[in-house]
Design a binder for this molecule. Structure first.
Ligand code: FES
Length: 117
Protein backbone atom coordinates (compact mmCIF):
# COMPACT_ATOMS: atom_id res chain seq x y z
CA UNK A 1 0.00 0.00 0.00
CA UNK A 2 1.31 3.45 -0.87
CA UNK A 3 1.64 5.90 1.99
CA UNK A 4 2.01 9.61 1.73
CA UNK A 5 3.86 11.84 4.17
CA UNK A 6 3.57 15.61 4.08
CA UNK A 7 7.01 17.15 4.10
CA UNK A 8 7.63 20.81 4.78
CA UNK A 9 8.85 21.18 1.18
CA UNK A 10 5.35 20.26 -0.02
CA UNK A 11 3.85 23.31 1.62
CA UNK A 12 2.77 26.17 -0.57
CA UNK A 13 4.26 29.34 0.86
CA UNK A 14 2.07 32.41 0.47
CA UNK A 15 3.55 35.91 0.85
CA UNK A 16 1.65 37.51 3.74
CA UNK A 17 3.25 40.87 4.51
CA UNK A 18 6.53 42.67 4.98
CA UNK A 19 8.31 42.10 8.27
CA UNK A 20 8.24 45.80 9.15
CA UNK A 21 4.42 45.71 9.09
CA UNK A 22 4.45 43.56 12.22
CA UNK A 23 5.50 45.39 15.42
CA UNK A 24 8.25 43.91 17.57
CA UNK A 25 6.80 41.69 20.29
CA UNK A 26 3.38 42.22 18.76
CA UNK A 27 1.08 41.01 16.05
CA UNK A 28 -0.68 41.96 12.84
CA UNK A 29 -3.60 40.49 10.93
CA UNK A 30 -3.50 39.44 7.28
CA UNK A 31 -6.18 37.98 5.04
CA UNK A 32 -5.15 34.77 3.29
CA UNK A 33 -7.67 32.98 1.11
CA UNK A 34 -10.51 34.69 2.96
CA UNK A 35 -9.19 33.60 6.37
CA UNK A 36 -7.85 36.05 8.93
CA UNK A 37 -4.40 34.99 10.09
CA UNK A 38 -2.61 36.55 13.06
CA UNK A 39 1.15 36.93 12.56
CA UNK A 40 3.35 37.42 15.60
CA UNK A 41 6.85 38.87 15.66
CA UNK A 42 8.11 37.51 18.97
CA UNK A 43 11.35 39.46 18.79
CA UNK A 44 12.29 38.83 22.44
CA UNK A 45 12.63 35.16 21.48
CA UNK A 46 13.72 35.79 17.89
CA UNK A 47 10.70 33.80 16.65
CA UNK A 48 7.71 34.26 14.35
CA UNK A 49 4.33 32.54 14.68
CA UNK A 50 1.09 32.42 12.73
CA UNK A 51 -2.31 31.41 14.09
CA UNK A 52 -6.00 31.97 13.50
CA UNK A 53 -6.96 35.55 14.29
CA UNK A 54 -10.30 34.39 15.65
CA UNK A 55 -10.56 33.62 19.35
CA UNK A 56 -12.79 30.53 19.59
CA UNK A 57 -14.20 31.57 22.97
CA UNK A 58 -16.62 34.17 21.59
CA UNK A 59 -15.61 34.19 17.92
CA UNK A 60 -13.86 37.55 18.17
CA UNK A 61 -11.27 38.49 15.51
CA UNK A 62 -8.76 39.84 17.99
CA UNK A 63 -5.83 37.51 18.63
CA UNK A 64 -3.38 39.59 16.56
CA UNK A 65 -3.93 42.34 19.14
CA UNK A 66 -3.34 40.01 22.08
CA UNK A 67 -0.43 40.23 24.48
CA UNK A 68 2.31 37.71 23.77
CA UNK A 69 4.55 36.14 26.39
CA UNK A 70 5.94 32.85 27.64
CA UNK A 71 4.54 30.28 30.05
CA UNK A 72 7.63 28.34 31.04
CA UNK A 73 9.21 27.75 27.64
CA UNK A 74 5.86 27.87 25.81
CA UNK A 75 5.23 30.98 23.70
CA UNK A 76 1.63 32.15 24.09
CA UNK A 77 -0.87 34.83 23.19
CA UNK A 78 -3.62 36.11 25.50
CA UNK A 79 -6.96 37.14 24.00
CA UNK A 80 -7.62 40.79 24.93
CA UNK A 81 -11.26 40.04 25.82
CA UNK A 82 -11.33 37.35 28.51
CA UNK A 83 -7.64 36.44 28.72
CA UNK A 84 -7.84 32.93 27.41
CA UNK A 85 -4.27 32.11 26.45
CA UNK A 86 -3.16 29.92 23.54
CA UNK A 87 0.13 28.23 22.77
CA UNK A 88 1.64 29.82 19.68
CA UNK A 89 3.23 26.44 18.86
CA UNK A 90 0.29 24.05 19.19
CA UNK A 91 -2.75 26.35 19.34
CA UNK A 92 -3.93 24.62 22.52
CA UNK A 93 -5.64 26.80 25.09
CA UNK A 94 -3.46 26.90 28.20
CA UNK A 95 -6.14 27.96 30.68
CA UNK A 96 -9.30 26.33 29.31
CA UNK A 97 -9.36 22.84 27.78
CA UNK A 98 -12.32 23.52 25.56
CA UNK A 99 -10.68 25.70 22.92
CA UNK A 100 -7.97 25.40 20.28
CA UNK A 101 -6.78 27.64 17.48
CA UNK A 102 -5.09 26.66 14.23
CA UNK A 103 -1.39 27.37 13.83
CA UNK A 104 0.46 27.72 10.54
CA UNK A 105 4.06 27.26 9.38
CA UNK A 106 5.74 30.63 8.95
CA UNK A 107 9.07 31.77 7.54
CA UNK A 108 10.80 35.07 6.85
CA UNK A 109 12.86 35.59 3.70
CA UNK A 110 14.39 38.90 2.63
CA UNK A 111 12.03 41.03 4.68
CA UNK A 112 8.88 39.15 3.64
CA UNK A 113 6.75 36.94 5.86
CA UNK A 114 5.43 33.73 4.26
CA UNK A 115 2.68 31.45 5.56
CA UNK A 116 2.73 27.77 4.63
CA UNK A 117 -0.51 26.04 3.71
S1 FES B 1 -13.33 36.22 23.18
FE1 FES B 1 -11.29 35.60 23.52
S2 FES B 1 -11.25 35.00 25.58
FE2 FES B 1 -13.32 35.55 25.23
Amino acid sequence: METHTLYKDELTWHPACQTDHVPEDGGACVLLGGRQIAIFNFSRRGEWYATDNECPHRQQMVLSRGMIGSQGDEPKVACPFHKKTFSLKTGDCLNDDGHTIATFPIKVVDGMVYIGV
